[in-house]
Design a binder for this molecule. Structure first.
Ligand code: ARG
Length: 513
């Protein structure tokens, strides 16, 4: 059993309950591999400035090697030694303890020169965040691609557009799916922008006010693939705003998924019956064998609330912390990692739902046909053809719809000629009754889409343009993300080379990954 490493002032060890209470060790499994990478870079730098000899560096690096992690897959841990033997408060202390126990205090005791856990923890968080942001951006892109693919299958599938959940205008299924794509593109843009803000290295800020050791912050930053440095050591160690901004972007993104889920849940009810979810993405009832429930979508909806709650927790957590590191900040880590996990899972579930649901085209079309959703399109043709004020035509159409509804919901084209005539007279509109009846008959849902070709409408030509613009944006983001990946991979490949170069291996054998 090793004593708590840092207790130079205290005579006693921490009470076990207290240690359990304040330890972040379990949560820190998420940052273990980043902590090792950060420590490798730090020690290479300590060697470069003459604090560590080549032999000392090599021993520390070999010892770190024994704490296995998958260097190709920075976020994943292969194993960690049992923490039972070590009374550590967190991963930083645990790793230092393991190294010291392995190679002794004389050498191992040098690895923490010129840094603090305060710059170390935010370094690890930012490194993990960069990888998470890349993953999430790719997952959002995949969802958008699925939406676009599905929308291409349904460019001509008629469906009602709704406002107040009442049938409004005639639209197409693709117009809906593309609308989600545009929202998700903004989510993508937001989440992606978090990368740059977090791509600045805090390492070397130390506890709060820097160090007298002649460290080279730029060297460690470049070894770890950072674009630059957090300039102010107080800001670097105590600010968490860029993390909270990321959480807020995740919350907004989840609200998009939740709204999509809500539409799909509604559309999959027997009453709407617009879509059928795949069996793979639906649950059933323990007692009602006929049930097909949209549980995965419901869980996306509920997890959205959980992510939003975690954003609120994180805001409350920082709002009255004075400058400088406080242990409260530790509790941000699970909020970040849990939200990130939820977001990744939700995005991949949503993609699966989109890829596999079936549109009941007959139902979407029949329901739109019965909806009087062409009323505005008829009115607009009258406005154009006869130059009659829109407000007057609005009255005419309202009276026609009222008549149709009263007569067992017949369609507008089924209204008898004498009734149309009566309504024309009543509304004092001077149009030939036959011409009006022709316009009504001629304005089918399909025709209404062709007539309504304002920019952004469900008109087929407009939708083509939308698909083009979404695909163009996806290409741009795809490139940005793969460039970021390449830069990080190159940095970590280089770090790995440096580590290997500076490590003397037993029997001169290279360690295999
Ligand atoms: N476990 C801590 C955290 O997650 C690391 C930093 C602790 N620093 C300190 N001075 N107590 O935030």
């Amino acid at each position: 059993m090793i004593d708590i490493l840092y207790r130079s002032r205290q005579k006693e060890n921490l009470d076990k309950n207290v240690l359990n209470f304040l330890s972040s060790l379990n949560e820190d499994a998420n940052i273990l591999s980043y902590d090792i990478l950060g420590t490798q870079a730090h020690c290479l730098m300590l060697h470069k400035i003459g604090i560590l000899t080549s032999n000392e560096l090599s021993q520390i690096l070999s010892s770190l090697r024994k704490i296995k992690f998958d260097s190709k897959n920075r976020g994943k841990i292969q194993n960690i030694r049992s923490n039972e033997l070590y009374l550590s408060e967190d991963i930083h202390e645990l790793i230092e303890s393991i190294v010291i126990q392995d190679i002794g205090l004389d050498i191992g005791g040098k690895m923490h020169t010129g840094r603090s856990r305060n710059d170390q923890v935010i370094l690890d968080i930012r490194m993990k965040l960069r990888d998470d942001i890349i993953d999430i951006c790719e997952l959002i892109i995949n969802v958008i691609k699925s939406l676009v693919r599905k929308s291409k299958e349904h460019t001509n599938t008629i469906i009602s557009l709704y406002t107040h959940l009442q049938q409004a205008q005639i639209g197409t299924v693709s117009h809906y799916l593309l609308s989600y794509s545009f929202t998700l593109l903004r989510d993508l843009e937001r989440v992606s922008s978090s990368f740059e803000k977090n791509n600045l290295s805090p390492l070397g800020s130390c506890a709060i006010g820097g160090t007298g050791i002649p460290i080279d912050r730029n060297y460690t930053a470049s070894l770890l693939g950072f674009k630059g440095l957090s300039e102010n050591s107080i800001d670097a160690t105590s600010s968490r705003d860029s993390l909270i901004e990321y959480l807020s972007f995740l919350s907004i993104m989840m609200s998009t998924l939740s709204r999509i889920a809500e539409d799909f849940i509604l559309w999959s009810t027997s009453e709407f019956n617009y879509i059928e979810l795949s069996d793979k993405y639906s649950s059933t009832s323990s007692v009602m064998p006929q049930k097909k429930n949209p549980d995965p979508l419901e869980i996306i909806r509920s997890r959205t609330s959980i992510v939003m709650g975690m954003l609120m927790s994180s805001l409350s957590l920082i709002k009255n912390l004075p400058s400088g590191y406080h242990r409260d900040l530790q509790d941000l880590k699970p909020l970040l990692s849990k939200s990130t996990t939820i977001v990744k899972e939700s995005l991949s579930i949503m993609k699966g739902v989109i890829d596999t649901f079936i549109v009941n085209e007959k139902n979407t079309c029949n329901s739109a046909n019965k909806s009087y959703g062409v009323s505005l399109d008829i009115a607009e043709q009258i406005v154009i053809k006869y130059n009659i004020p829109f407000r007057k035509v609005h009255k005419l159409m309202g009276a026609l719809v009222q008549h149709a509804v009263k007569n067992e919901n017949i369609s507008l084209s089924e209204i008898a000629k004498e009734d149309v005539n009566k309504i024309l007279k009543f509304t004092k509109i001077k149009i030939d009754v036959d011409e009006l009846m022709y316009i009504i008959k001629d304005t089918t849902p399909e025709k209404s889409l062709l007539l309504r070709n304002s920019y952004g409408s469900p008109n087929p030509m407009q939708q083509k343009d939308m698909v083009n613009s979404i695909e163009k944006s996806l290409l741009v983001y795809g490139k940005v993300i793969s460039q970021r990946k390449e830069l990080l991979d190159a940095a970590f490949d280089n770090l790995e080379k440096e580590v290997i170069l500076n490590t003397i291996f037993d029997n001169k054998k290279k360690i295999k990954h």
